[in-house]
Ligand binder design. Structure first.
Ligand SMILES: [Fe+2]
Length: 349
């Protein structure tokens, strides 16, 4: 906006032309000259303000993303239990250092909106290791979200109420009232689900009618928002393991298939890296932080007219000796690491 006004021009006629009442010619001449000068000043100011306005618009357009964008880090199966004295391919002994390294790497990254941990936050179902996890995660400089996992909520484990009270005690920004909850970010809908079985010692997942109803309602109430689901249990299985499957998988898939705005699901549980696509929806399984390749994912999503683009990177932790020993102990390190270190995928509207 141009704010120039000749009457308020602080540079107005400083030669005396404005106030010469004795010499009419000089006064007229000075007046004409002053008028001409004011017009030039006015024109200059107009041009300057126009250039400034154009530059402001251009800079603003260039400094903001053209389309809604969300960037997040996905960590899963941290299995924190630093008190373990022995090593296996599951590097529990170094779980604290691996988590700290991931947190440090994320804190050094630019543009991360939030972090999601999809279950098995601690290795055993005790309160102290969950508290240690929550304290460690609270070092993150961005909001962090969580889902439950079968290693924590199980027969003889902690209750959902206890689990949530521990997370909510240490998490400054995220305090959900249920183990299933949702949040919006830049026009995207994110849904965190539970699926743990508290009445049995099992690695199976089960999603109650209440939880599937919540998923169904969230997707139905936000049809224009591309939706991303976070949970411990993969729905499209990344590997064969009859003991890790979802017991009511068909009912779950029935909900997803009713909602074209469901664009992706990120899970863990199998401790392998895999990316699948089913019915125009991505199913991403991220490996465990304590098991080869000891990595997490960084995901950038952009909502465009052509669909949602997913840029998915696998980021390794920097404890290379630990990673090498975990690889040595792995039964199938190639399957654990997956084939995509970085992938860009378009999920159509
Ligand atoms: Fe796990």
């Amino acid at each position: 906006m141009c704010i120039f006004s000749p009457d308020s021009n602080p540079f107005r006629d400083s030669t005396g032309g404005k106030i010469d009442s004795e010499n009419g010619r000089k006064a007229m001449s000075n007046s004409a000259a002053g008028s001409s000068r004011r017009r030039r000043i006015a024109l200059s100011a107009f041009l300057i303000s126009t250039v400034v306005l154009f530059a402001t618009i251009t800079f603003s357009a260039g400094s903001k993303p053209a389309y809604p964008t969300v960037k997040f880090a996905h960590l899963t199966d941290v299995h924190l239990q630093p008190g373990v004295g022995f090593e296996s391919d599951r590097m529990l002994k170094y779980s604290q250092q691996l988590l700290d390294d991931a947190v440090d790497q994320i804190n050094a990254m630019k543009g991360v909106d939030f972090v999601i941990f999809t279950g098995d936050l601690a290795n055993t179902p005790n309160r102290s290791d969950l508290e240690l996890f929550a304290k460690s995660a609270s070092r993150l400089k961005v909001p962090w979200y969580w889902t439950t996992g079968n290693h924590n909520i199980t027969l003889g484990g902690v209750s959902r109420k206890t689990f949530m009270s521990i997370m909510n005690k240490y998490n400054a920004a995220v305090k959900p009232e249920n183990a299933h909850y949702s949040f919006m970010k830049n026009g995207f809908l994110f849904i965190a689900l539970d699926g743990t079985i508290s009445w049995s010692w099992t690695a199976h997942g089960y999603f109650s009618d209440k939880e599937l109803g919540f998923l169904d309602k969230q997707l139905a109430e936000n049809p224009k928002a591309p939706a991303v689901i976070f949970q411990h249990f993969p729905v499209v299985y990344p590997a064969d393991s009859k003991t890790h499957e979802i017991t009511n998988r068909e009912a779950y898939l029935g909900v997803l298939d009713r909602h074209p705005n469901a664009k992706a699901l990120f899970a863990g549980h199998y401790h392998v890296a895999k990316i699948d696509k089913r019915n125009n929806m991505l199913f991403v399984t991220t490996p465990s932080l304590v098991q080869y390749p000891n990595a997490f994912r960084v995901v950038t999503m952009v909502k465009k007219p052509s669909g949602v683009t997913f840029d998915i990177k696998l980021v390794e932790t920097r404890l290379k000796d630990v990673q090498a020993r975990s690889r040595d102990g792995a039964s199938d390190p190639e399957q654990a690491a997956g084939s995509e270190k970085e992938i860009k995928i378009l999920v159509e509207p």
